[in-house]
Ligand binder design. Structure first.
Ligand code: FES
Length: 189
């Protein structure tokens, strides 16, 4: 083996470097898109088996939110303050990227409760804003850490690149202080 051949086999070439760079970018991309990948490729059968879950709203103070998992997805359950409700109701639809009245995103008579799927509609990252230490962004809802999309107190997109509002899952009130996520049927009795 010539000295030149040994050198080729032991020193990284420019092509190797390009491969490595591409792999690194691929790894970052995987981290960003981890949620939809895991959601579609590796479902936790015990979680997915739960077609509906009940959530007790009583322990959630106004101005705070919790995250629960339903069918492998993060669901944001937010107890809105009167100011947050007013802000959501008063914004003109003409200012919205995905126009949708607040009243169509909450249950009648339960304006203080907003329930949305916590997956950014751009590329699937999980927006921040549920924890007290996290920023909620200019519009007071959620902020996506991946590319900066902003959502308001109704979960509607106010700045892209996200193209659509946070989705509202099917749910219904079981009692005045509890909901069942996974069904749209109103509870009886
Ligand atoms: S994934 Fe949220 S802005 Fe891109």
């Amino acid at each position: 083996m010539t000295e030149e051949t040994v050198k080729e086999k032991t020193e990284p070439t420019r092509r190797d470097f390009l491969y490595l760079t591409a792999s690194a970018i691929g790894a970052v991309g995987t981290a960003y898109f981890a949620w939809p990948f895991l959601d579609s490729m590796n479902p936790a059968s015990d979680i997915l088996a739960q077609s509906s879950i009940d959530v007790d709203l009583a322990p959630i103070p106004a101005g705070t939110a919790i995250t629960v998992v339903w069918r492998g997805k993060p669901i944001f359950v937010r107890h809105r303050t009167p100011e947050e409700i007013t802000a959501a109701q008063q914004v003109p639809l003409s200012e919205l990227m995905d126009p949708e009245p607040d009243k169509e995103r909450v249950k009648k008579g339960h304006d203080q409760w907003l329930v949305v799927i916590g997956i950014c509609t751009h590329l699937g990252c999980i927006p921040t804003g549920n924890k007290p230490t996290q920023t909620r962004g200019k519009y007071g809802g959620w902020e996506c850490p991946c590319h900066g999309s902003l959502y308001d107190t109704s979960g509607r997109v106010r700045r892209g690149p996200a193209p659509a509002n946070l989705a509202v899952p099917p749910y219904a009130f079981v009692t005045a202080t509890s909901i069942r996520i996974g069904t749209s049927e109103a509870a009886h009795g």
